[in-house]
Write a protein that binds this ligand. Structure first.
Ligand code: F3S
Length: 286
């Protein structure tokens, strides 16, 4: 047990490196005096941040047609990355491109692009409808297959005479990735596997579990529809029965903490100021 009334904030709570970098990029762009800034899709799935950027004049482009309709301005690409096609449109339209694609995602784009050009067939372990995977697919120059379940892995058949290059969505579950690779390894023989899973999500989950197992109450901060926050809540609830899921410091009014120590963690799209505000307000709950 932690000492009484102690507050422990997870070091990995909130933005990962790539998201922090993308959000900072937009703010830097605003500070540089550029007043015609667009992000392709919301820069992050957090309403507070998107609202703040909107109040500073940043607009969100929802589709390729939205880019096509622009005559000038700066387009910021978010951390998930986008298809090569989007870069081409921005270039054709002579708009300014600011690329905030996470370097770990960019690395996957480079791998699939190069290997595709060398004649490899590409397999992506991931969810086909996730924007990151859509972006990766958009850098594939030849055949590509997305696999997201054991059944899909079992049904997969490599193309005759092609070597296979296999990559993963960065946020994919490590155990599931291994399971699927094992199945594919029995079907396809000439596979070069590049594990492109990013450790940020796993590290956040491991630390949350560790803290939750040692405190009397645990607070998980994040958007209600954020799947990585839901997962954190699930993990913490397994370790600490007084686990609360809140979105902002405001929600603390509905929380009655038990006496003792409190742990705090937050999902990948929760900004630092919200975490700090919760931390400051928790002190008044004892
Ligand atoms: Fe974040 Fe980049 Fe990893 S966006 S989850 S640091 S791949």
């Amino acid at each position: 047990m932690q000492e009484k009334n102690k507050i422990v904030v997870a070091k990995t709570a909130g933005f990962c490196f790539g998201v922090k970098r993308a959000v900072n990029t937009v703010y830097e762009q605003i500070e540089s005096g550029d007043n015609n800034i667009y992000t392709y899709g919301p820069i992050i799935h957090n309403e507070e941040v998107v609202k703040d950027l909107a109040s500073k004049g940043v607009k969100v482009l929802e589709s390729e047609e939205d880019i096509q309709s622009l005559d000038e301005g700066t387009v910021v690409i978010r951390s998930h990355g986008v298809e090569k096609r989007i870069y081409d449109i921005v270039e054709e339209k002579k708009l300014k491109l600011v690329d905030a694609t996470c370097p770990f995602v960019k690395k996957i784009h480079n791998i699939v692009y190069e290997k595709g050009n060398e004649g490899y067939e590409i397999v992506i372990i991931g969810n086909e409808t996730h924007p990151e995977v859509e972006g990766i697919m958009g850098w594939c120059v030849g055949p590509v297959t997305v696999i997201n379940s054991e059944e899909e892995a079992k049904n997969y058949r490599p193309m005759e005479g092609k070597k296979v290059c296999l990559v993963s969505q960065t946020t994919y579950n490590y155990n599931k990735f291994h399971k699927l690779v094992e199945i594919i390894g029995k079907i396809a023989y000439n596979v070069s596997i590049v594990n492109t899973i990013c450790s940020a999500t796993n590290e956040r989950q491991v630390e949350a579990r560790q803290i939750a197992s040692e405190v009397d109450s645990m607070i998980v901060i994040g958007g209600r529809s954020s799947s990585n926050t839901q997962k954190l809540y699930e993990i913490c609830s397994e370790e600490c029965r007084n686990t609360y899921y809140i979105q902002t410091a405001e929600d603390l009014k509905n929380v009655s903490l038990v006496t003792g120590s409190v742990g705090i963690t937050a999902g990948a799209s929760t900004p630092k100021n919200i975490i700090e505000e919760v931390q400051a307000n928790v002190r008044f709950k004892f």
